[in-house]
Design a protein around this ligand. Structure first.
Ligand SMILES: [Zn+2]
Ligand SMILES: [Zn+2]
Length: 415
């Protein structure tokens, strides 16, 4: 693989991704020992399950000059201050390379640590569950808030088809869900472009769209664990991460559907409840954002920006007491509340909304991979889904269809 760089894009930007090498295929994991040989000291980070999957897939790392941080399988690893401290405790001056083995959480944690401590970083995926492999952001939970810190992507990404094919089916479905969510966030991106004049790159848009299309066409083969289909899913997950690096933000890969998923995650964390794998929630949430787009297309209401901010935030104080203060500060900075700036030509807006798949089309794509949108309601309750549709956007600084939903009044969607 050559250098990941597009020197001259039609959008006027130079796009760059700092990943040096990707190994995607059967047996890729056997390359690890050679890769780390030249370093003084290696730190391996995994959890019991992912390290087990690595070993079962013939992954092997000699214990010589290697230190291991293997988190327990339960409770599920949260990439928060405590987890960061656990890894940092093991680092010393001799540590030159970090090998992260696992899913999104391990990758986010290691990305952050490799970045802050300037370490070479090799990431071994154990499940095709999310698209953050190659992105330059690390999603962490700090102070109870889901934040994405600037990091750098792994220097080397390893996706071994033998390991990925044996991943838990929920995690394979999660990878499909994360990718199917792209139809939703790409539409949000275009929306933000025409309304708010946000930066937009048509080439990134098209490449991410094609990744989503390819996964959508192969949902069934993927959940049947066909090696070629799994390899293609892994490639889509890698490629989308590269596109995020190219865009310099997660904009091409994360929009309203992710904001709903983040709401479920933070809500569950705050209330000591379980949440489902990220991509499962993202995929199912994309159905609800599709529903929202349809309702807006049908609606004859004009946007209104003058609602009372105080009362708007009140329920959030109860719903997310820990994150509330951070959310309030964030929204003060973002300034989208009551902000009428932008081009709110509803004919043009509806034209963009119509480009996204309908709710029925989304449900069909999800069903092929065994994902049922209503499982969101079954798992988190109808009330929580409604709250996510209203307040999910408050967790982020990004304009999406969820803001339009607010400006048009919340009542149009009857779940
Ligand atoms: Zn571009
Ligand atoms: Zn995602």
């Amino acid at each position: 693989m050559g250098k990941l760089e597009i020197k001259k894009c039609s959008c006027g930007c130079r796009h760059f991704c700092a990943v040096e090498k990707v190994h995607n295929g059967a047996g890729a994991v056997t390359l690890v020992p050679d890769m780390i040989q030249k370093y003084k000291k290696t730190l391996v980070v995994a959890d019991e399950n992912t390290y087990g999957a690595f070993k079962a897939g013939r992954g092997d790392i000699s214990e010589k000059n290697t230190y291991f941080v293997i988190f327990p399988a339960k409770p599920v690893l949260v990439p928060d201050e405590a987890a960061i401290a656990t890894v940092e405790k093991t680092l010393d001056e001799q540590t030159e390379v970090i090998v992260g083995i696992g899913g999104g959480t391990v990758n986010d944690l290691c990305k952050h640590i490799a970045h802050t401590h300037d370490l070479y970083y090799i990431y071994v995926a154990t499940a095709p569950s999310m698209d953050g492999y190659a992105s330059d952001g690390a999603a962490l939970i700090l102070d109870g808030m889901k934040v994405t810190l600037k990091a750098r992507p792994p220097h080397i990404i390893i996706c071994d088809t033998n390991i990925l094919c044996n991943a838990p089916i929920e995690l394979i479905r999660a990878g499909v869900g994360d990718i199917l969510g792209k139809f939703s966030c790409l539409n949000d991106w275009r929306l933000a472009h025409i309304i708010k004049g946000e930066y937009f790159c048509n080439e990134i848009y098209t490449r991410v769209y094609n990744c989503a299309k390819q996964v959508a066409d192969n949902g069934q083969r993927i959940v049947n664990r066909e090696p070629l289909a799994i390899k293609q899913l892994a490639q889509a997950l890698i490629d989308v991460g590269v596109e995020m690096s190219y865009a310099g933000s997660s904009r091409p890969a994360s929009g309203s559907e992710h904001h709903l998923a983040h709401f479920f995650e933070i809500y569950s964390l705050e209330h000591g409840k379980q949440h489902r794998p990220h991509g499962i929630d993202v995929g199912c949430a994309a159905y609800f954002t599709a529903l929202l787009r349809e309702k807006i297309i049908e609606s004859s209401t004009e946007p209104s920006f003058d609602f009372c901010r105080q009362s708007h935030f009140k329920p959030l104080e109860q719903l997310l007491p820990r994150a509330y203060e951070g959310i309030r500060q964030l929204q003060d900075r973002v300034g989208l509340h009551g902000n009428a700036t932008g081009n709110y030509d509803m004919t043009q807006i509806k034209g963009v909304l119509k480009q996204a798949p309908t709710a029925a089309e989304t449900a069909k794509m999800l069903a092929a991979a065994g994902l049922a949108p209503n499982s969101l309601i079954d798992f988190y309750s109808k009330e929580t889904v409604i709250n996510a549709l209203r307040y999910g956007k408050e967790l982020k600084d990004r304009f999406t269809v969820l803001w339009l939903y607010e400006y048009l009044g919340w009542e149009m969607l009857n779940l």
